[in-house]
Design a protein around this ligand. Structure first.
Ligand code: PLP
Length: 362
């Protein structure tokens, strides 16, 4: 049983499955992989990967080596998924990578060289993926480096490049001209690696349309309920539901300050609900201005987020001490909370802490 004073994080795996099905339908014709980096966007990569496997997902992307190893352990020998490592082949990682049967996504030229050297030492080609930067300027070989590799028979002989990926920088803004520029650049690179399957779209890229789907799509945040255009999307179900107990309801006189510092004051007299969750549970402190909680059947403004407690302007909403308030879920959506906190849904999710009691549904 939950301790009555503890925040509760419900992770709805049935909602995850519905989101996966929606993304797969939208990208029909392409394989729908799942990005489970950073412990499945904070929701538990093991639980997420096992459920998505049951839904038909066969390819997973993680960032760090330990994350990839954890997903392999969670899936076990009976679920032989392909697990890609976006960090690629870092020095000293090969033994662990190979023991966990992870596929490195090579993302720098030195990594390409290292992979070739390893393959030569083993006397057989290495199964890899290749990340090419088409305009995000973050990760991946420059197009010139990719071309150099495409023209290097000697290197290609040691690499079994099963997948070519690139990542979109502005897919959540469908009208941004960078999308079409990256698409054109990706097509050019793809023509140089005709044997490899191709993957360009993250969550929001899927909704840019079939031109962006290629052979595989790689959604992350929309699996977990984040809208592709950084605003709530009714097609997606909330997966993470954070609730906190109402510990106390107190009167606050007009003009009184609330919480730390004296700048935040209530205008008229009101009632403040004190919730048993704070930034230590993952409620981003910046959401104290502009964020909302759902309690007593209403959405009410947050007044302050402190480490363990959140103060809500309850007004005359009929909430009671001992009840639960929603800080994230079907009423307080991921994207609304993110925009109130001045961040993205991805960050709201990965900040959900292990302190809140976790309950998995489905
Ligand atoms: C994180 C990531 C994704 C998933 O992005 P979302 O916006 O969460 O869908 C896909 N591809 C790469 C390379 C990534 O780093």
């Amino acid at each position: 049983m939950a301790h009555p004073a503890a925040a509760r994080l419900t992770i709805d795996l049935d909602a995850l499955a519905r989101n996966y099905a929606l993304l797969a339908r939208t990208a029909v014709g392409a394989e729908t992989a799942a990005v489970v980096k950073s412990d499945g966007y904070g929701l538990g990569a093991s639980e997420v990967a096992r459920r998505l496997w049951a839904e038909g997902c066969r390819s997973f992307f993680t960032a760090r080596l330990a994350g990839g190893e954890a997903v392999r352990r969670a899936l076990g020998p009976d679920r032989p998924a392909v697990i890609f490592l976006l960090d690629g082949l870092a020095p000293g990682h090969w033994e662990r990578l190979s023991a966990a049967r992870l596929t490195p996504v090579l993302c720098t030229f030195p990594q390409v060289e290292a992979a070739c050297a390893l393959a030569a030492a083993q006397g057989r080609p290495l199964a890899v993926a290749l990340h090419v930067d088409t305009g995000m300027n973050r990760q991946g070989l420059a197009p010139e480096e990719a071309e150099l590799l495409a023209n290097s028979r000697e290197r290609l002989a040691w690499l079994d490049i099963g997948l070519l990926i690139s990542h979109l920088g502005s897919a959540d803004e469908p009208d941004d001209a960078r999308n079409a520029r990256q698409l054109a650049a990706f097509r050019k690179v793809r023509a140089q690696f005709p044997e490899a399957r191709a993957s360009l779209a993250n969550s929001s890229g899927i909704f840019l349309g079939p031109d962006y789907h290629f052979d595989m799509v790689r959604p992350g945040v929309s699996l977990y309920g984040g809208g592709p255009e950084a605003r709530p999307d009714p097609r997606l179900s909330p997966v993470a539901i954070l609730e906190a107990p109402v510990l106390d309801i107190r009167r606050v006189d007009a003009g009184e300050p609330v919480g730390y510092g004296s700048r935040r004051r209530v205008e008229g007299a009101t009632r403040a609900a004190i919730l048993g969750a704070g930034y230590a549970d993952g409620v981003i402190r910046a959401a104290g201005h502009g964020g909302r909680a759902f309690l007593g059947g209403r959405l009410r403004p947050l007044l302050a987020v402190t480490m363990d407690l959140t103060i809500v302007d309850l007004g005359d909403a009929p909430a009671e001490t001992g009840g639960m308030a929603e800080l994230l879920g079907p009423n307080v959506t991921l994207d609304d909370l993110a925009s109130a906190a001045g961040t993205v849904a991805h960050e709201v999710l990965v900040r959900l802490s292990r302190r809140a009691e976790r309950v998995y549904l489905g």
